[in-house]
Design a protein around this ligand. Structure first.
Ligand SMILES: [Zn+2]
Length: 643
C-alpha cells in the first residue's frame, strides 16, 4: 500500500491507540486459540479468530449481487476446506455480516454460531463441518456500514452519472464483505460471479473471464473472475462502476471512469518499463497481467497492491508522470507482500519496508540515481519526523517488529514500517554490496513464493543465506537491533540527494530575504519542490507567504503532493488566502496521507480546530471509513485521563 505514510504524525493518533487498546483488554485473557494443538512453526495471528491448524479455508467462490439502493452485497461464499483428522468445526472471521444460513455442498443445513467478539476483530463464525465433503456454503449479506466497502453516490464520481463501489481489505477489513479466515498467513485462491446493474462494469484482483459480461436475472450483467494464485484474503478486491479500459502495454492496461481513462493511460504509459525493471532485479512477474484501476477521489490510500489490478488514487494523475513512483511501489508488492507475505500484521515491515526499498531501486533503473536519491532522502525526512511524533527513539512503536495485540493493525501502518524497513535494507546493501543483496533477495522471493514470513524467520534467512557464518559481516549489519529494538541504529547510511543541495541554497537565499521571483528554480521536479517546501522556516511573515504563492502558484497547484506541503505551511502560518484551496482539497479527495495531517495541523490551535470541524462536517460523508476513522479521532477530544 502507499499513501499511509505521514498520517500518524501527532498526539491524537496515539490517543486513538490507547482508546482501542482499552476496548480489548478483556479479550486478551482468553486462552490462545492455538494452545490445544501445539506446533513449533505455528504463528498466532492475534487479529484473527481462525484456528487453521484444525481446519482451514483453501478456496473461496463468491456469488454476489451489489444493491446500490440498500448499499448491500448479498449472495453466497462457497468455501473449500482442508481439515485435520477429528476436526468437526471451522472458525471464520466475520464483522457486520448477516448470516442467513450455512449449508453443505448439497444444500443440507449446517449448524453455526456467532461467538463473542470485539469492535476491532469482529466475531468468530463457528461452523459445524459436514460429515462428508469439504465444502461449506455461507449465504449472507453485508451491512451498509461494512468497513471495507465504500458506496459512492453518482455525485461522488468523476462522471456523476452512475454510483460506484470499491472494497479495501487491508488490514483486517475483508471479513466485512467475505466470511473467511481473514489472516495474512492463510492463503486462499478465489473465483467469483458478480451480478451488476446493466451498463456497469465489475473488476476484481483476479482474471476477468467474461470481458463482455453475461446476461443475468433482473436485467443484470454477470462478470466471472478467477485468481489461481493463493493470496491472503486482504488481497481480495472488487470495484463496480462506470468503467472503461485502455491497453497501455503488452500485459497492462488502465481501468477508469470514461472522463479519466485517457489521462490515466498517458500518466502510466511507462508501466511495461517499470515491470521489466522489477523483473530484471527480482525475477519473473508471476501474476499474468498487471492492470491499474483509477478510483474516484475518495479512495483512502495512494495505491493498494491488489493482485493483477492495482487500485490507485486519482491524486497521482499529475499530468507529467512525476508521481509514477507510486506505480513502482504497487508493482514491487508483486514480490514483497503478495508473493512473500507478512505472516501477521506485527511483521508489516516485511511487506512495506521491502517494497519501499524496491520502489527506490526500480525508480533508479527508470530515472537514474539522482532521482532515486531524492525519493530516498524525502523518505528519510519523513521517518525522522515520524519517530519524533511516536515519542522519540525509545518509543516501542518505532521497532520494525511490532506488538499490535489488542490494537487495530492500522496503527502499525506508518513510516516506521515503510521507511525504517527500507533504511534497514539500505544498510544491508551498504554493508554487503548491492550485487550480493540482489542475489539474496531474488533467492528469497523464489524460496518463499506464496508463503508467509515472520521477522524471526527472515533473520534466520539472512544469517543462513546472506551472512553464511561471517560473524564480522553480521556484526556490522546489526540486524537484530534493527528489527527488534526501537529507534534508528547509527549504522544507517546517509542519503544525500545532490539535487537537494541546490535547493537548500535557494532556501537559504529566501531566508536571507531574496524575493521568490529571483530564486533559481527552473527545471525543478516535484521532488525538488517538495524538499523546498519542507525546508522553509516553520514561521513566516504573511507577505513572504503571499510572495511565494504569487511567484509559484502553490495554492493553485495541480500536483497533489506539492499542494499538500503548501497547505501544511499555510495552516502553520494562518495564511488565509490559501484556505479556499484547503477546503477544496479536503472536500474533493479522501486520501488519508493528505487529509489526516492537514486536520492534525488544524487541530493544534483553537481557530484551526473550529475551521477543521466546519470543513470536516462537509467532507466526512465523502470519505472512506478508513480515512473518516482516523480524522474522527483527530478532531474529537480524547476523554480525560488519556492525554
Ligand atoms: Zn505498500
Amino acid at each position: 500500500m502507499t499513501g499511509t505514510t505521514d498520517f500518524a504524525r501527532g498526539r491524537s493518533w496515539l490517543v486513538f491507540s490507547l482508546l482501542l487498546g482499552s476496548a480489548c483488554t478483556a479479550d486478551r485473557e482468553e486462552p490462545p486459540p492455538a494452545a490445544a494443538a501445539p506446533s513449533p512453526a505455528a504463528v498466532v495471528d492475534v487479529h484473527s479468530f481462525a484456528r487453521p491448524e484444525e481446519a482451514r479455508v483453501r478456496h473461496v467462490s463468491l456469488d454476489l449481487t451489489p444493491d446500490f439502493g440498500s448499499q448491500r452485497l448479498a449472495g453466497t461464499a462457497r468455501l473449500v476446506i482442508e481439515r485435520a483428522a477429528g476436526a468437526d468445526s471451522i472458525v471464520l472471521d466475520v464483522r457486520d455480516l448477516t448470516i442467513r444460513r450455512v449449508t453443505d455442498a448439497a444444500g443440507a443445513p449446517l449448524g453455526f454460531e456467532l461467538g463473542q467478539g470485539d469492535s476491532i476483530r469482529g466475531q468468530p463464525l463457528i461452523v459445524r463441518l459436514p460429515a462428508e465433503g469439504d465444502t461449506v456454503v455461507v449465504d449472507y449479506e453485508t451491512s451498509p456500514a461494512a468497513a471495507a466497502v465504500q458506496w459512492l453516490r453518482p455525485a461522488q464520481t468523476a462522471g456523476r452519472r452512475r454510483p460506484f463501489l470499491f472494497t479495501q481489505g487491508q488490514a483486517i477489513l475483508t471479513r466485512t464483505w467475505v466470511p473467511t479466515q481473514d489472516s495474512p498467513g492463510i492463503r486462499q485462491t478465489y473465483d467469483a460471479v458478480i451480478r451488476v446493474p446493466a451498463g456497469m462494469q465489475a473488476v476484481m484482483s483476479a482474471e476477468l473471464l467474461t470481458p463482455e459480461g453475461e446476461r443475468a436475472e433482473g436485467g443484470r450483467t454477470a462478470y466471472r473472475f478467477r485468481l489461481e494464485q493463493p493470496v491472503p484474503p486482504y488481497l481480495f478486491a472488487l470495484a463496480v462502476g462506470d468503467l472503461e479500459f485502455r491497453e497501455i502495454g503488452p500485459r497492462s492496461g488502465v481501468w477508469a471512469e470514461p472522463s479519466v481513462v485517457d489521462s490515466a493511460a498517458r500518466e502510466f504509459a511507462e508501466v511495461e518499463q517499470i515491470t521489466a525493471a522489477a523483473e530484471k532485479l527480482y525475477g519473473p512477474y508471476r501474476w499474468g497481467r498487471y492492470d491499474i484501476l483509477v478510483l474516484p477521489p475518495s479512495f483512502p490510500f495512494g495505491g493498494m497492491e491488489n493482485p493483477r489490478l492495482t487500485f490507485a488514487t486519482p491524486t497521482v494523475l499529475a499530468g507529467d508522470r512525476s508521481l509514477v513512483s507510486l506505480i513502482a511501489h504497487e508493482l514491487a508488492h508483486s514480490w514483497s507482500g503478495n508473493l512473500v507475505t507478512n505472516a501477521t500484521w506485527n511483521d508489516f515491515w516485511l511487506n512495506e519496508g521491502f517494497t519501499t526499498y524496491i520502489e527506490g531501486r526500480i525508480m533508479e533503473e527508470l530515472r537514474g540515481k539522482d532521482y532515486a536519491d531524492m525519493l530516498r532522502q524525502l523518505g528519510r525526512q519523513s521517518l525522522l519526523a515520524t519517530i519524533q511524533d511516536l515519542g522519540g527513539p525509545q518509543a516501542p512503536d518505532t521497532r520494525l517488529q511490532l506488538d499490535l495485540a489488542g490494537r487495530d493493525p492500522d496503527e502499525g501502518m506508518n513510516d516506521v514500517a515503510y521507511e525504517k524497513g527500507a533504511a534497514f535494507l539500505q544498510t544491508v546493501e551498504a554493508t554487503v554490496g548491492r550485487e550480493r543483496l540482489d542475489t539474496f533477495l531474488r533467492g528469497y522471493f523464489d524460496r518463499h513464493a506464496f508463503q508467509p514470513m515472520t521477522s524471526e524467520q527472515f533473520l534466520q534467512e539472512l544469517n543462513a543465506d546472506l551472512f553464511r557464518g561471517d560473524e564480522a559481516l553480521a556484526g556490522r549489519v546489526r540486524a537484530r537491533e534493527w528489527i527488534f529494538e526501537p529507534g534508528l541504529p547509527d549504522n544507517v547510511p546517509a542519503v544525500e540527494a545532490a539535487a537537494f543541495a541546490k535547493v537548500d541554497r535557494q532556501v537559504d537565499a529566501f531566508r536571507a530575504g531574496t524575493s521568490p521571483d529571483s530564486l533559481a528554480t527552473s527545471g525543478w521536479s516535484t521532488h525538488e519542490w517538495l524538499h523546498f517546501l519542507r525546508a522553509l522556516p516553520d514561521t513566516m511573515e504573511l507577505p513572504r507567504l503571499a510572495a511565494l504563492d504569487q511567484a509559484f502558484n502553490f495554492s493553485r497547484s495541480g500536483n497533489s503532493e506539492i499542494l499538500f506541503e503548501w497547505l501544511r505551511t499555510a495552516i502553520r502560518n494562518r495564511y488565509e488566502p490559501a484556505f479556499p484551496a484547503l477546503e477544496r482539497f479536503l472536500t474533493t479527495q479522501g486520501r488519508r496521507k493528505f487529509v489526516a495531517p492537514l486536520f492534525e495541523e488544524l487541530a493544534t490551535t483553537d481557530w484551526g480546530r473550529q475551521l477543521g470541524q466546519r470543513i470536516y462536517a462537509r467532507a466526512r460523508p465523502g470519505y472512506h471509513s478508513v480515512t473518516a476513522g482516523t480524522v474522527d479521532h483527530i478532531l474529537t477530544p480524547a476523554p480525560a485521563g488519556n492525554r
